[in-house]
Design a protein around this ligand. Structure first.
Ligand SMILES: C[S@@+](CC[C@H](N)C(=O)[O-])C[C@H]1O[C@@H](n2cnc3c(N)ncnc32)[C@H](O)[C@@H]1O
Length: 246
């Protein structure tokens, strides 16, 4: 797909995305993914961090608040970067950049890289893996949260006539193509790939896989975000913890 169209989709989505991230309930983050992402990042005190596809910078701010020495947020969408700069704390910096080409960044200069729901948006996610591997220091880590491949394939809930969820359908899993959705009222494209395609790309680039987490909800999270009850039944998201050899 033409990358200009992909960029335009994010430009169209940005106002609603920024508003929702700042004012909405954000159950995907606070109710589910922030916890395993922060756990996978571990102690970030004093680290140099890069966030690929940082959006309006919410996860960069969390890492800066936890003591990272420097957090560089990269995003291709200008309004996202402008919004991120508005809330910067001083240790976080934001630049407009395509995370599939990090040639402006020097080899071996970051301790930690994160990708929080960005690789599913990239036509060339393997280029992002190669570039992140290059800019990490030996022993550096890359934490990737993504749509779960079981859920980015064609599917959806099969429901009773009165709308009760019976089970999730899964189809065209091995068809690695773009998929079209509507998010916040905007037509939107992302890319489905199988689990083995992601894992093979990480390994081919040279990462080792330290952990794979399929986040679910704790009883406390479920109480606060009852709408996330799906997470007890199906894996909607996945977190990969990758390492560059020392
Ligand atoms: C699903 S949002 C996630 C944003 C942020 N990580 C968060 O969790 O709020 C994906 C982000 O990736 C950005 N993006 C898409 N393609 C990109 C690319 N090639 N390079 C850099 N950023 C990109 C979009 O502009 C968008 O801000």
């Amino acid at each position: 797909m033409n990358e200009e169209i992909l960029n335009q989709e994010w430009l169209d989505l940005a106002p609603a995305w920024i508003k929702e991230t700042r004012e909405g309930e954000n159950s995907t983050r606070t109710g589910l993914l922030d916890k395993p992402m922060l756990e996978a990042c571990g102690n970030v005190e004093g680290l140099r961090v890069v966030d690929c596809g940082c959006g309006e910078g919410c996860f960069c701010r969390l890492l800066a608040d936890r003591g990272a020495a420097y957090v560089l947020g990269l995003d291709l969408c200008v309004p996202m970067i402008e919004a991120a700069r508005e809330m910067g704390s001083g240790r976080d910096e934001y630049r407009v950049a395509d995370v599939q080409d990090l040639s402006s960044l020097t080899d071996g200069t970051f301790d930690l890289a994160v990708s929080y729901l960005n690789q599913c948006d990239l036509p060339h996610f393997d280029a992002n893996n190669r570039e992140v591997f290059r800019i990490l220091k030996p022993g550096g880590r890359f934490i990737v949260a993504n749509l779960h491949p079981m859920r980015s394939a064609v599917g959806g809930w099969h429901r009773t006539e009165d709308g009760k969820k019976l089970h999730v359908m899964l189809d065209r899993y091995f068809e690695e193509t773009e998929r079209h959705w509507t998010m916040m009222g905007v037509e939107f494209t992302n890319f489905h790939r199988s689990l083995s395609t992601y894992v093979r790309s990480f390994l081919t680039v040279g990462f080792h896989i330290a952990d794979i987490v399929e986040p679910t909800v704790t009883p406390e999270q479920l109480k606060a975000y009852p709408q996330r009850d799906d997470e007890l039944r199906v894996p909607n998201f996945i977190v990969y913890a990758l390492g560059k050899p020392p």
